[in-house]
Design a protein around this ligand. Structure first.
Ligand code: FES
Ligand code: FES
Length: 149
């Protein structure tokens, strides 16, 4: 089947298998920034935005996104570079495998929640795991990023 959608505001049409998941489709078409860790909705490394909301693309059927807008980290490059600097400053950036998923979740968090508490931030990022560093350094980096105008 052919599925047509908007990838970072560019219309694309891909031939996909029934039952194919979006992470696989995008990676098959060269979007390697979408990382696949657990492949079962548990780690958040495959996070991207669908209509502006963070979703785990390893569990979204490509057939279900016909006509929708998908944002990967390539679509938020400037903000992702900022987030990366805050992560580096706090030691939250180590192997980097989780970074693109975190960047998209945090980008969305900043737009959705105004002056979130630590608990609200933790709740928002609960689906994104980092195997290298603890949550504490991420929390510090996120709070610094949220303070930036
Ligand atoms: S690869 Fe999708 S949640 Fe882990
Ligand atoms: S920096 Fe390695 S998994 Fe997060």
């Amino acid at each position: 089947m052919i599925v047509t959608f908007y990838l970072n505001d560019v219309q694309v049409s891909y031939l996909v298998k029934p039952g194919e998941y979006l992470a696989e489709t995008l990676r098959n078409h060269g979007v390697k920034s979408v990382k696949v860790g657990c492949n079962e909705s548990s780690c958040g490394s495959c996070t991207l935005l669908i209509e502006g909301k963070p979703m785990m693309s390893c569990s979204v059927l490509t057939a279900s996104i016909e006509g929708k807008h998908i944002t990967t980290v390539e679509g938020i490059q400037e903000e992702a570079a900022k987030i990366s600097r805050f992560f580096s400053n706090e030691g939250a950036d180590q192997c980097g495998f989780c970074n693109t998923g975190f960047a998209l979740t945090i980008y969305s968090l900043k737009r959705e929640l105004k002056n979130p508490t630590d608990e609200e931030i933790k709740d928002y990022i609960v689906g994104n795991l980092c195997r290298c560093s603890g949550l504490y350094s991420h929390l510090k980096a996120i709070k610094a990023y949220l303070k930036e105008e």
